[in-house]
Design a protein around this ligand. Structure first.
Ligand SMILES: *[C@@H]1O[C@H](CO)[C@@H](O)[C@H](O)[C@H]1NC(C)=O
Ligand SMILES: *[C@@H]1O[C@H](CO)[C@@H](O)[C@H](O)[C@H]1NC(C)=O
Ligand SMILES: *[C@@H]1O[C@H](CO)[C@@H](O)[C@H](O)[C@H]1NC(C)=O
Ligand SMILES: *[C@@H]1O[C@H](CO)[C@@H](O)[C@H](O)[C@H]1NC(C)=O
Ligand SMILES: *[C@@H]1O[C@H](CO)[C@@H](O)[C@H](O)[C@H]1NC(C)=O
Ligand SMILES: *[C@@H]1O[C@H](CO)[C@@H](O)[C@H](O)[C@H]1NC(C)=O
Ligand SMILES: *[C@@H]1O[C@H](CO)[C@@H](O)[C@H](O)[C@H]1NC(C)=O
Ligand SMILES: *[C@@H]1O[C@H](CO)[C@@H](O)[C@H](O)[C@H]1NC(C)=O
Ligand SMILES: *[C@@H]1O[C@H](CO)[C@@H](O)[C@H](O)[C@H]1NC(C)=O
Ligand SMILES: *[C@@H]1O[C@H](CO)[C@@H](O)[C@H](O)[C@H]1NC(C)=O
Ligand SMILES: *[C@@H]1O[C@H](CO)[C@@H](O)[C@H](O)[C@H]1NC(C)=O
Length: 653
């Protein structure tokens, strides 16, 4: 069974991945340094011209932007503006790969732009992997620098070079040292004069008294690379996985690497750098994954210069390309609690049992113990669209749940025809409030085969201690953890009042489909809305506008769900509860930021985005929609759910 799932994942990944990572490539690449640098120039010129057709690509070229596979020409392509002066290029003729750190503008806002290209021996580009770090301050600083520190660019005399394998091994020590950052570790792999840039800011040997990262610490950045690691300060990075050493520039003794930095939220304090330890900044209070593209220059066999930038991804986001050294969240999946969990007795689950099931799962999460659940051997767990183990994510961080029929903002749903159960309610992850939607699927014997969680967390957009800075743009309506009121009798209770209805799960799903069609078309035509239907997004009613009015573009639109959104895709009905007349569903809504239509967002917010929108759709006995409750979660543009990717199995790409 496990093998079968792994095969399914492998099949899905095959569509997107051929290992580009550090492998001693046997390919006799024709493209030398000048040729590779030329490809970077061609790429950037094509980008600024919004014209990918200009590029010499293979027919199956893969395009990835902030870890999402999207069509070449989508994402940043339509909105890229002028190219910056700063251009730091790393070339690896042996593997035919080249990478660059540079700046561009997006809708006129500066951004740091990193890109890796893979050239085939015939000179055609087969992979383009870009990272946009939307930190305009950083991009402006890079432009002030204009050029990389010259130590990066000089050819190192051959006798002073170390081998490819050793370059990679030394860099790998950096990641291993940062992961869980043990203050007693051996950090002698740093050169004494090592310095690091983060978004063009020097964050070592720097005596400005500036705070470091999201913390209030003003001492950390004054330390050397080695002394920083010796504090254990970076231990909030709990895992660095999918490390790919994509460009090994032997001549310049530099490595350009790509890795996923996981922060599982369990580290609660920052150790003392200067007297007192402090609480973990709010940003790292919940599980986060950051994509890091990072360059290293070695002197001898020590790390001498480091240049890095990050972009925010959903926690556990699988790597866009396979890697030799994966240690990935998904590669360890499935990972049930342990063997005892597989022997917990089960019996067929009827509607009563289904109604109680979400709370059983949530209680197991609160207890950090999946063993009390009747898990099927092939149990799959996903969080915000990524597969995780049952000892990760919410299984480490859930701290409080609202109880249906007891607390104000909680309800559960069931569909015995498909043996699914659902939950929607206010929860806490450690100290951060969230609105959690949950789907639990059982098999004929009552064993749980699938658990799907989506948690829209409160974000704090302003001031220090904020949780969204350069990592993701703010939404026009953020939910900052405020009151959501009563979810309302419509969604709560046992549905007695609705007994006897002829609605069934299929009919309900049809109504939901009509709703999503309307959302995609920006037209309420053929969408059965009841008079008086209202929709809330992130807890906010946008003026006194009906559901139909909102869909048609009257009144204010919240959250980018305006007429500038395009596809409403990856539509998943999680549970269709016929007794309550409620569909719990999730969709991905693309906002390509091409700024057609009303501009509800400020300039810095106009970046390509995908909104993951879990929602409750209440459908009355006549089949009309009377209420919609939606939460909006920001995702990188083109985000797809892992469940959708599983569906690719056997279908080709
Ligand atoms: C270290 O802490 C002390 C007292 O809190 C403070 O006066 C000093 O400026 C700090 N040093 C640095 C480098 O932040
Ligand atoms: C940093 O300082 C601000 C202002 O004093 C405070 O509100 C915030 O909680 C502090 N953050 C951390 C992580 O200690
Ligand atoms: C399974 O978990 C239980 C409870 O945590 C523990 O007592 C038991 O040793 C674990 N078994 C295995 C094989 O890990
Ligand atoms: C479901 O099964 C339980 C125990 O087997 C039983 O007590 C309950 O009445 C059943 N509920 C329904 C709705 O059939
Ligand atoms: C986890 O749950 C199982 C089954 O309910 C129980 O036997 C075990 O003791 C629990 N483990 C811990 C660490 O509480
Ligand atoms: C979470 O982080 C803690 C602290 O680093 C670590 O011990 C634990 O193994 C991590 N768990 C997962 C699933 O990453
Ligand atoms: C959840 O929060 C409420 C009130 O804030 C508290 O009374 C309750 O004990 C909490 N439950 C858990 C499981 O922590
Ligand atoms: C369903 O809810 C109604 C009203 O809240 C209550 O009177 C009734 O007892 C409930 N029925 C069941 C089976 O829980
Ligand atoms: C569901 O209801 C629709 C119409 O309300 C009906 O046509 C269909 O046959 C029903 N399906 C099932 C499985 O009962
Ligand atoms: C909202 O609109 C309805 C009719 O369109 C009206 O009856 C109601 O008073 C309005 N409510 C508010 C708060 O403006
Ligand atoms: C989108 O809506 C705005 C007003 O909200 C309107 O001015 C614009 O014409 C609409 N665009 C399209 C393509 O419908």
């Amino acid at each position: 069974m496990a093998a079968k799932i792994r095969n399914a994942l492998a099949a899905a990944w095959l569509c997107s991945a051929l290992a580009p990572g550090y492998v001693s490539s046997q390919v006799q690449a024709r493209c030398d340094r000048a040729c590779l640098e030329g490809l970077v120039s061609e790429h950037l010129t094509a980008l600024a011209a919004h014209d990918p057709q200009r590029l010499p690509t293979t027919s199956g070229v893969k395009y990835v932007e902030n870890a999402q596979h999207i069509p070449l020409g989508a994402g940043v392509w339509p909105i890229a503006g002028s190219l910056g002066k700063y251009r730091h290029v790393f070339s690896d003729p042996e593997s035919g790969q080249v990478a660059a750190i540079t700046t561009i503008t997006e809708n006129n806002i500066p951004a740091i732009y990193l890109v890796r290209l893979k050239a085939e021996p015939n000179g055609q580009i087969s992979e383009i992997e870009a990272q946009l770090t939307r930190d305009d301050d950083g991009a402006i600083l890079y432009e002030k620098m204009a050029n990389p520190d010259p130590v990066w660019l000089a050819a190192v005399p051959e006798p002073q070079r170390i081998s490819r394998a050793r370059l990679v091994a030394q860099v790998d020590k950096y990641y291993s040292g940062m992961q869980g950052n043990d203050p007693r570790g051996d950090y002698s792999f740093f050169d004494r004069e090592c310095d690091r840039l983060e978004d063009a800011v020097q964050t070592t040997n720097q005596h400005t008294g500036d705070t470091y990262g999201h913390s209030n610490d003003t001492s950390f950045a004054s330390l050397s690379c080695e002394a920083q690691f010796q504090t254990g300060f970076l231990g909030f990075v709990t895992r660095i996985r999918d490390r790919r050493y994509v460009v090994v520039d032997e001549e310049r003794q530099a490595v350009f690497a790509i890795a996923s930095l996981d922060h599982n939220g369990t580290v609660r304090t920052l150790p003392s750098v200067n007297g007192t330890s402090s609480p973990i900044p709010a940003y790292f209070d919940v599980p986060r994954t950051l994509l890091g593209m990072e360059a290293f220059r070695l002197r001898g066999d020590k790390l001498y210069r480091i240049e890095m930038t990050l972009a925010e991804l959903p926690y556990g986001m699988r790597s866009a390309f396979d890697s030799k050294n994966s240690n990935s969240a998904a590669s360890q999946f499935p990972r049930p609690g342990n063997s005892t969990s597989l022997t917990t007795p089960s019996r067929p689950c009827n509607r009563t049992c289904l109604n109680g099931l979400p709370l059983r799962v949530l209680r197991a999460m609160l207890a950090r113990n999946a063993s009390s659940l009747p898990l099927a051997r092939n149990i799959r767990y996903s969080e915000n669209g990524q597969f995780l183990g049952l000892d990760d994510g919410l299984w480490l961080t859930l701290s409080n749940v609202s109880i249906p029929d007891v607390d104000e903002y909680a309800a559960n749903f069931a569909d015995d025809s498909s043996r699914t159960a659902g939950y929607w309610g206010l929860v806490k992850e450690l100290t951060t409030p969230g609105v959690l939607s949950l789907r639990v699927q059982v098999d004929k014997d009552g064993k749980i085969t699938e658990i799907e969680a989506i948690n829209v967390r409160a974000e704090a957009p302003k001031g220090r201690g904020n949780t969204i800075t350069l990592m993701r743009p703010p939404l026009p309506v953020e939910w900052e953890g405020g009151e959501l009121g009563r979810l309302g009798g419509l969604f709560q209770g046992n549905g007695t009042a609705l007994k006897g209805s002829k609605r069934n799960a299929t009919a309900l799903a049809k109504v939901a489909a009509a709703y999503f069609d309307g959302l995609e078309r920006h037209s309420s035509k053929r969408v059965p809305f009841a008079a008086g239907c209202v929709r809330r997004d992130n807890g906010a009613l946008q003026g006194n506008v009906s559901c139909a009015g909102q869909m048609d573009g009257r009144g204010q639109f919240p959250n980018g769900l305006s007429n500038s959104t395009t596809a409403v895709r990856d539509r998943r009905v999680l549970v269709a509860d016929r007794d309550k007349g409620v569909v719990l569903a999730v969709v991905m809504v693309d906002f390509p930021a091409t700024t057609k239509g009303g501009r509800l967002l400020s300039e810095t917010e106009i970046v390509p985005s995908t909104y993951m929108v879990p929602q409750l759709i209440k459908i009355d006995h006549g089949g009309a929609i009377s209420r919609v409750e939606a939460m909006i979660k920001w995702m990188p543009f083109g985000y797809t759910s892992a469940w959708g990717e599983l569906g690719l199995e056997g279908k080709g790409c």
